[in-house]
Design a protein around this ligand. Structure first.
Ligand SMILES: Cc1ncc(COP(=O)(O)O)c(C=O)c1O
Length: 377
């Protein structure tokens, strides 16, 4: 269990922020790193050609450490949708084959598949929300020989409902199907066993559970896809781009591994240092420790909410960092506004109120949330 880390964030005492699934706050160290990055751009004569590589390579290798891959398996991307578009473009699909998605999945992991399905006359197969929220069984039952790829999260973004990606990955592989993961709502807060899940592509935007900046993300690409087609054709990810004088000696080859998929202007001088500072801190805390600590917080809140008629998924069916609360008859329409009036920030997605804490949340936050909900419900 990690004690409160509120001192590392700039969150006023009167603010109760349970909304990491919406946007994670920056650490003070990350904010300072961002200020330094902005300052450097005001003095371009201090930016050396090697600076186009150092910070982005550091971010790449820190992310690789986080998921336990090689740095060369990681591409630097600006958003989840960018990475998912690369995955969709590179998964072989034939007429009539199926792309497996979850009902109410986040749109960045739907639109790219709709587009791809249109291009190759493939079909989207949407797994309906199971009555018992057992997504793992529902997905396993939906995988058959017609499924060419499943594009899934580790937990549902509306209520934290968990998927067993090891079991799902195994069944997909047995059918010769591919696995694409959007782990924006879990990576950094919940461990993922990469060598057992064996995804083809794994994508995460950095601005939620990676406590990173907006407009930065990361993508793991399994080695078998390293020869794939990027989304854009920029100079930095071509072989030998370190030699600025030789850039017009155009080359066909790319930098090694997944670097061919890097976004243009990956050497983002303002934002890469922010991502680096955040990843360093997350690695220092340890993702398993973060998950254990946040699980304890959400378990406590879930138990206290029961008396108010708010129900949640059992511990084995939801991610520990992610609590979705539902109420028979629905949640009051003005719930968010009333909580906000008391400086309590959560979100509502579908029928579920999302309580998504991080290490800055303390017992006072939980007490305030409970007191406010008692008043409202
Ligand atoms: C599951 C999931 N994926 C991705 C995103 C962000 O997508 P993008 O980076 O394409 O804006 C969100 C944002 O809420 C999300 O919940």
């Amino acid at each position: 269990m990690i004690p409160s880390q509120r001192h590392l964030f700039d969150i006023p005492d009167e603010i109760t922020y349970f909304n990491c699934a919406y946007m994670g706050p920056l650490l003070k160290t990350a904010r300072a790193a961002g200020h330094m990055g902005i300052d450097r751009k005001s003095t371009p004569w201090t930016v050396a050609p090697e600076d186009f590589f150092t910070e982005s390579e550091r971010a790449r290798s820190l992310f690789a450490s986080l998921i336990g891959s090689a740095a060369d398996d990681i591409a630097l991307i600006p958003s989840a949708s960018y990475g998912l578009a690369i995955a969709a473009k590179n998964i072989p699909l034939e007429k009539g084959q199926k792309i497996l998605l979850l009902e109410d999945q986040f749109p960045s992991n739907v639109y790219c598949w709709q587009q791809r399905a249109n291009e190759c006359a493939a079909e989207i197969k949407t797994v309906p929300t199971p009555a018992d929220y057992d997504w793992t069984s529902a997905v396993l039952n939906a995988i058959d020989e017609t499924v060419a790829v499943a594009a899934l999260p580790h937990n549902h973004w509306t209520d934290g409902a968990l998927l067993d990606l090891v079991a799902i990955g195994e069944k997909l592989r047995a059918q010769g199907a591919k696995l694409v993961l959007d782990v924006t709502q879990s990576l950094g807060a919940m461990p993922l066993a990469l060598p057992r899940v064996k995804p083809d592509f794994l994508i995460a935007a950095a601005y939620k559970w990676l406590l990173g900046p907006y407009s930065v993300g990361f993508m793991y690409v399994a080695p078998e896809h390293h020869g794939g087609e990027p989304l854009e054709y920029n100079w930095l990810n071509r072989k030998g781009s370190e030699d600025f004088a030789g850039l017009v000696d155009y080359v066909d080859d790319y930098q090694p591994g997944a670097q061919r998929f890097d976004m243009g202007e990956r050497a983002n001088f303002a934002l890469m240092p922010v991502a680096v500072a955040a990843l360093e801190q997350i690695l220092d805390w340890g993702v398993a420790n973060i998950q254990e600590t946040l699980s304890e917080k959400t378990r406590d809140i879930a138990a206290r909410c029961e008396g108010l008629g708010l129900t949640s998924l059992s511990d084995d069916k939801r991610a520990g960092h992610f609590l979705g609360l539902r109420r028979k008859g629905g949640l009051p329409g003005n719930l968010l506004e009333r909580l906000r009036a008391d400086n309590i920030l959560v979100s509502v997605r579908g029928s579920s109120m999302r309580i998504t804490p991080h290490l800055f949340n303390n017992e006072t936050d939980s007490d305030r949330l409970l007191a406010a909900l008692e008043k409202i419900l």
